[in-house]
Every structure is written in C-alpha cells, then in structure tokens.
Design a protein around this ligand. Sequence first.
Ligand SMILES: Nc1ncnc2c1ncn2[C@@H]1O[C@H](COP(=O)(O)OP(=O)(O)OP(=O)(O)O)[C@@H](O)[C@H]1O
Length: 320
Amino acid sequence: MLDIKNLSIEFNDLNGKVKALRNINFHIEQGEIVGVVGESGSGKSVTALSILGLLDENAHISNGSITYHDQNLLEMNPKDIQSLRGKKIGMVFQEPMTALHPTMKIGQQLMKVIRQHKKVNKKEADRFAIEALKDVHIHHPEKVAKQYPFELSGGMRQRVVIALAMSSPPELLLADEPTTALDVTVQSEILNLMKELNQKRNTSILLITHDLGVVSQLCDRTIVMYAGQIVETGLTFDVLHSPKHPYTKALLNSLPDLKKQDQPLEAIEGEVPDLRNPPVGCPFNSRCKHTMPVCHEHDPKLEICEGNHYVACWLRRDKV
Ligand SMILES: Nc1ncnc2c1ncn2[C@@H]1O[C@H](COP(=O)(O)OP(=O)(O)OP(=O)(O)O)[C@@H](O)[C@H]1O
C-alpha cells in the first residue's frame, strides 16, 4: 500500500545541512502494524511527516519516492495531498491538544470532520459523532460530546483524537508517540484500542515510538532507525528476540529488567552522530564495541540475514 524507496531528506539550517534521512527503504501492507523505533533524532518523525507532506519549509527531499497506491506522494500537488491527509491517511500525535480545537466542544469537532467526509445532515452527523466516541470506548458519549477538550483527561483526549482520525475512515494511520504523554495503564488501553481498530477495520498503522515495550505489544514488523538510516528490520518477534545489529542489541540491553534489580542499567556509551557531518562508514561506528576497519570506510547496506529479517552491519557480511 505504501512503499518508500531511497528516501533522503535534508534540512537547511543556519549551521549547515542536517542529513535527517539517508536512503530509507520500507513498505507497509494493508492491515499491517509497523513500528519505527530509535533514539531521539534518528529520523522517526521526519519519516512520518514526509508521508503526510508536512515537512518544515527548510526541508529538501534530495532523493527517493513515497508511493501510495501507485501515486508518488512527492509529486502530488499540495491540494491533493491535503485531501488525502485526514481522508485516507490519518494521524495521531503525542500531544492530543495539538489536534483538538481548544474552544470547540468535542461533538462539534467530530461533526465537522464527519461532514467533510460524508454527505449527512446535522442530525445524522451528531449520531455518527456519538458512534465514533462509542467506537473508542468513551463512556457516556452524549455527555463527553458536550464537553470541551480541557475538561477531559489526557487519555480521554487521545481517544477523541483517534475517533477524529478514524472517522473518515483512513486506510493508514500514522501514530507518532501516541502514548508517550500518558501513564502506563492508560497507555495500554490506547494501544489495545489501536489494535482493535486495526483488526476491525483493517487499518494499517505506522507507529513511531522510542519504547520497545510498545512495539512488542502492538507491531507485526519493526524498523530500527539510527542517525537517519534503517539499521535493522524484520518481524517484531525476530527483531526483539534475535536482534542482529549491535545498536538494536544495545537498545534492548538498556531496558530495565525487574529480574536484574541489583544491576545498574546499561547505557549506550557515546553520542548520536552530528547529522550535519555524519560519519564515514557505518553510522554506529563510534559507539559500537565490534568495529572493524571496514566499518569506518564503507556504509553497510541493509541486507537480508534470514527470512524477512534485514540488517545493515559489516559483521553480517563478508565482502564490501
Ligand atoms: N526543521 C528542521 N530543521 C533542522 N533540522 C531538523 C528539522 N526538523 C528535524 N530536524 C532534524 O532532523 C533529525 C531527525 O529528527 P526527527 O524529529 O525525525 O527525530 P526523531 O527520531 O523523531 O526524534 P524524537 O524521538 O526526539 O522525536 C534531527 O537531527 C532533527 O534535529
């Protein structure tokens, strides 16, 4: 359904060119949930924003294509992209208030969106709005429809945002850290809700998170990003239980483990490279414990290691 090929994006800022994405390749099938994980600044949000045509003005797409049902989104005019956005491709961001009108009642906001997509009168739109709130398991939907966003909890607001995003209904939902601002129990409810919507409506989801626990709970496939590149991807089970890239292994080792309470947490030593001046060779070479000379000379390509599991690491290859 969505196919990203050789995507490279730079930002021009006062201090130079930030090479935010370098040669990204991945796809999403209908009904799939794909997770994108990686440290802060690895390029997760830029990837989502590029699909939505919402990159900042200083962005320059230097290479690649984003094909959605045979159409290259990068060649579409802004009006067509805008109509795709919200209709076929929905979005949910970390902070629900950014997606909600602060001085408009929840019911009115839903009705407005519903009437943009369906030819219905006010009374029918009101009925659809209540249904949409029920679909995201909001109790007393009639009461909530008459409330303003500030009257709701963070979890309730995020449910409303999901109801808004699903009301078109979209084929693809882009969710950028949708549960990061919520406490753990609410987080789990929102993830279950997204899974339910995916199963009921066959909506594909691209879930961006820095939380490997979230990925393991929800995603069919996982993409691991580091410094603007994909370093590992495969079925979530394979990536989390049989990681191949030293960065993925280090990420997993840095997770708290209740069974190892007496041991200090393992941090990944060193710093993420400066994307204005990315290192020659593997992007992880300055922090990797297994570097070889080739890692400082050539950038390893993402290559199949077993089944549908891909990794970009010289340890897995025997020739340049
Ligand atoms: N408008 C911009 N101008 C300059 N650099 C930018 C701009 N937008 C993003 N970047 C840079 O692009 C890189 C990737 O950013 P991105 O927001 O995608 O990271 P991320 O993985 O989503 O991180 P986080 O988890 O913190 O949101 C970062 O180095 C960021 O500073």
